[in-house]
Every structure is written in structure tokens, then in C-alpha cells.
Design a protein around this ligand. Structure first.
Ligand code: 5GP
Length: 205
């Protein structure tokens, strides 16, 4: 009776959303992470096919032309996109599909899937904290960090488009909240075929 659903997580790069998502997925059964495709360079510690599908710009552009993506966007000068085929397969299997996508991707996904989406915006308590985390992460050049900080401000102006706001000050507290939201997202009335449920409920022997 219940179908699968989508949990979209966005927020500035460095807000801790990837680590939160990874830990949250350990707590939720029958859920999976939507592995995006990107043209950005692979960071130390990342694995192709696990964190992202890393492809060339030419390959990405030919996939756009082939209609491969549910949504795609250019973020910090790189392409990022979500494969439509993979997501639909997981959804039909009744899974919760978790997305780490930016504000542009969330808008498109919302237009296509409406109430099947529960969305969470994760950020730091302030911009200074974000800068510290990006520097501490040590994976990006100062030029890239500045680009990400500038992009963070414009992403923050769109946080009202989301269902929930999480301010990641204390990791474990934020993880608890994110896990609670993920559980609740499965209980949305919009995911229920009420006609079918009532008929089974009334005719139970
Ligand atoms: P990063 O390079 O730090 O992994 O990700 C940069 C930004 O791209 C993040 O805000 C992340 O949410 C976003 N992003 C990752 N995958 C996708 C995707 O498939 N679609 C869109 N629209 N954004 C994505």
C-alpha cells in the first residue's frame, strides 16, 4: 500500500550533510542513497560508483541529450545530475531514496514528484563556521573554498523552499533529528492509497 518515497537533503557544501546522511542511512531500513553523476574531480577518499559516478564533461553532456537525468545542474562550475532510471527502479521497489542535491535540483525534483518528496535544508550555525569546516576538510583550494562560500549565501536565500531546517552545531543531535525526519517521511498521508487501504480495512476477515 505504501510506495517508496524521496528524501532530499540540501545545504551549503561543508555543512556536514554527507556525513549526516551516511550515518542516518545506517539507521533506516530499505533505504538507499541516490548516487549522482558529476564532472568534478574526485577527492581523496572518494570512490567512483560509491560517492559519485565521475565522468567527463563530454560524457555528461551526451547523457543530458539522451534524457538520462531526472534533474541536473551546474554547481560551482561543475555538472551534477541524478539518473532517472535508477531512481525510479528503487522507488518501485518501495525504497526510500535519499538525495544529496543542490537547491536547483530540489526545485526540479519537487516539480516532478511533489508530495513524494520530503526535503531538509542543513546548514551551519553561521558562515564563519562553514568557512572553518571547508578549510579544515582540506580537500579544496582557497579559490574553490571562496566559490563555495559565495554559493552558500545564495543557497541560504532559498531555504524556505524546504520542509525542515537543521542547524548542524552538534553532530549527534542533528543526526537524531535527521533520522526522526526520515522515519516520519515514510508516514506521509500523501503516500497512502486511501481507497485501497479503506477497502482492505473494511473487508478484513
Ligand atoms: P560536492 O562537490 O561538495 O560533492 O557537491 C557540491 C554540491 O552539488 C552540493 O550542494 C550537492 O548537494 C550538489 N549535488 C550533488 N549531486 C547533485 C545532483 O545530482 N544534482 C544536483 N542538482 N546537485 C547535486
Amino acid at each position: 500500500m505504501m510506495k517508496g518515497n524521496f528524501l532530499v537533503i540540501s545545504g551549503p557544501s561543508g555543512s556536514g550533510k554527507s556525513s549526516l546522511m551516511k550515518e542516518m542511512l545506517k539507521e533506516i531500513s530499505n533505504a538507499c542513497f541516490s548516487i549522482s553523476t558529476t564532472t568534478r574531480h574526485i577527492r581523496e577518499g572518494e570512490v567512483n560508483g560509491v560517492n559519485y559516478h565521475f565522468v567527463s564533461k563530454e560524457e555528461f553532456e551526451s547523457d543530458i541529450d539522451a534524457g538520462y537525468f531526472l534533474e541536473w545542474a551546474k554547481v560551482h562550475d561543475n555538472y551534477y545530475g541524478t539518473s532517472l532510471k535508477h531512481v525510479l527502479k528503487e522507488l518501485h521497489e518501495g525504497k526510500m531514496v535519499v538525495f544529496d542535491i543542490d537547491v536547483q535540483g530540489h526545485k526540479i525534483a519537487k516539480e516532478k514528484f511533489g508530495d513524494m518528496i520530503t526535503s531538509v535544508f542543513i546548514t551551519t550555525p553561521d558562515q564563519l563556521r562553514l568557512q572553518e569546516r571547508l578549510i579544515h576538510r582540506g580537500t579544496d583550494s582557497m579559490e574553490t573554498i571562496n566559490k563555495r562560500l559565495a554559493n552558500a549565501v545564495s543557497e541560504m536565500t532559498r531555504m524556505r523552499e524546504y520542509d525542515y531546517l537543521l542547524i548542524n552545531d552538534d553532530f549527534m543531535e542533528t543526526l537524531k533529528d535527521l533520522t526522526a525526519i526520515a522515519h516520519a517521511s515514510r508516514k506521509k498521508m500523501s503516500l497512502v492509497d486511501s481507497g485501497e487501504f479503506i477497502s482492505e480495512w473494511a473487508n478484513a476477515e
